[in-house]
Ligand binder design. Structure first.
Ligand code: HOZ
Length: 430
């Protein structure tokens, strides 16, 4: 028995499913999770001393690689000054200023502790601002685990095949209106019929929790113009895309400004952080200025701010990180597409910059229904092979691959070779 297996046996006695978040459980791939002991650069090391080339990057935060010296040093210095004060600090001001400088449309920002909290708070602010209750959410988009958002959500909810979580009272989701990702006409009809009731439209500008699904030409633009026309708030959930696709996230990448934006992952540099921000007129509904209540003992925690500031400052000052990620994304995902063609694999590769995924399905994947057609058994075989060969992918068909700034050309070519070997050997079965 490996040390990871022993730890898992122990973990399930004390932690539900042995993990602190379902996406880590390896359940859908029929394995026990590897327990990670340490990580540096693009590599993870497990409790048994196995080394893996990591394509998860803690589900997004580690854009500069694991244990980046700049981030570590900033955290160490902050720790020496104290871990938490529950009071205002200079680093919060620096963080808020930097986010407003980097992100289009964001004029004010409030720090929280996770993406879930950021979304929950942004939705409340949008409702408070508009005086309306209805929220439009897209099938397969995942906005964290707050009650109102757990309707046909992506990520672990999709992997587990439980589109609606138990424990969420009907009343909490009856103001959530579901729409289909990339169905521009459908959203148009919805607004024609109920525009005056809609407080907000929340969307992942790139669907990155049902595998990776790109917004088609005109989709985000239509959401923008419908929200403007009907006085609804457009919320971009940039927990994954923020500071990843570009300095200014998806807003900059696609040239579309939202009214509110939610962040997490990268802005914490590996520490638990979330944020929501946007136009001043909306953000000023939040207490203590306005009447929308939202609070947090550890919000703006000085150690978390230090980590996030170090990472964001580096990204702000090094635009070559983004050109590098585009280039490496092209190499990896372009290589996967070429492999599918060469071996006549009937699969789809969706990608944008450093985010991408291989869907085990024949037709194009434009939304949740398309993604759900994927052959998860086939994914499982591929996942297990990659892991055995030292490549650590998300243990679910419905998650993205994340490249970091420290993945090298050589490592990507090696990854492609490992994939190629697997599909060449097994292609008769497809
Ligand atoms: N949102 C991430 C997956 N798409 C990971 C967070 C989690 O659920 O653990």
């Amino acid at each position: 028995m490996t040390r990871s297996e022993k730890l898992f046996e122990e973990a399930v006695k004390f932690i539900p499913g042995g993990v602190n978040s379902p996406v880590r459980a390896f359940g859908s791939v029929g394995m026990t999770p590897r327990f990670i002991a340490s990580a540096t650069g693009a590599y993870l090391q497990d409790a048994d001393g196995n080394r893996y080339l990591d394509y998860i990057g803690s589900w997004g935060p580690m854009i500069l690689g694991h244990a980046n010296p700049l981030v570590l040093e900033a955290v160490q210095r902050a720790c020496e000054r104290g871990l938490s004060f529950g009071a205002a600090t200079e680093s919060e001001v620096d963080m808020a200023r930097l986010i407003c400088e980097m992100a289009p449309s964001v004029e004010m920002v409030r720090m929280v502790n996770s993406g879930t909290e950021a979304v929950m708070s942004a939705v409340r602010a949008a409702r408070g601002y508009t005086g309306r209750d209805k929220i439009v959410k897209f099938e397969g988009c995942y906005h964290g685990h707050s009650d109102a958002m757990l309707v046909k959500a992506g990520s672990g909810v999709m992997t587990a095949g439980v589109p609606d979580s138990a424990g969420v009272p009907t009343g909490c989701t009856e103001d959530t209106i579901l729409a289909v990702y990339n169905d521009t006409a459908g959203v148009q009809q919805l607004f024609d019929a109920r525009g005056q009731e809609i407080a907000a439209v929340i969307v992942e500008p790139v669907g990155a929790n049902m595998g990776v699904v790109l917004p088609e030409e005109g989709f985000l633009e239509t959401l923008r113009s419908l929200c403007t026309k009907h006085g609804s708030v457009l919320i971009f959930d940039e927990v994954i895309t923020g500071f990843r696709l570009a300095k200014g996230g998806a807003q900059e990448y696609f040239g579309i400004e939202a009214d509110l934006v939610t962040y997490g992952k990268i802005i914490g540099g590996g520490m638990p952080v979330g944020a929501y921000g946007g136009r001043k007129a909306i953000m000023e509904v939040v207490a203590p200025v306005g009447s929308v209540y939202q609070a947090g003992t550890l919000s703006g925690n000085p150690v978390a701010m230090a980590a996030g500031l170090a990472q964001l400052t580096y990204l702000n000052e090094h635009p070559e990180v983004y050109t590098g990620l585009e280039k490496m994304g092209e190499l990896l995902y372009g290589g996967m597409k070429a492999m599918c063609e060469e071996l006549s694999l009937p699969y789809q590769v969706n990608h944008v910059s450093s985010l991408g995924c291989l869907f085990f399905t024949e037709g194009p994947v434009r939304n949740y229904t398309d993604a759900k057609k994927s052959d998860t058994e086939a994914f499982r075989g591929y996942f297990c092979h990659m892991l055995e060969q030292g490549v650590y992918l998300a243990p679910s068909q419905f998650e993205a691959m994340f490249l970091s700034a420290v993945h090298t050309e050589e490592e990507i070519r090696k990854t492609l070779d490992i994939m190629h070997d697997y599909f060449e050997k097994t292609k008769e079965s497809y």
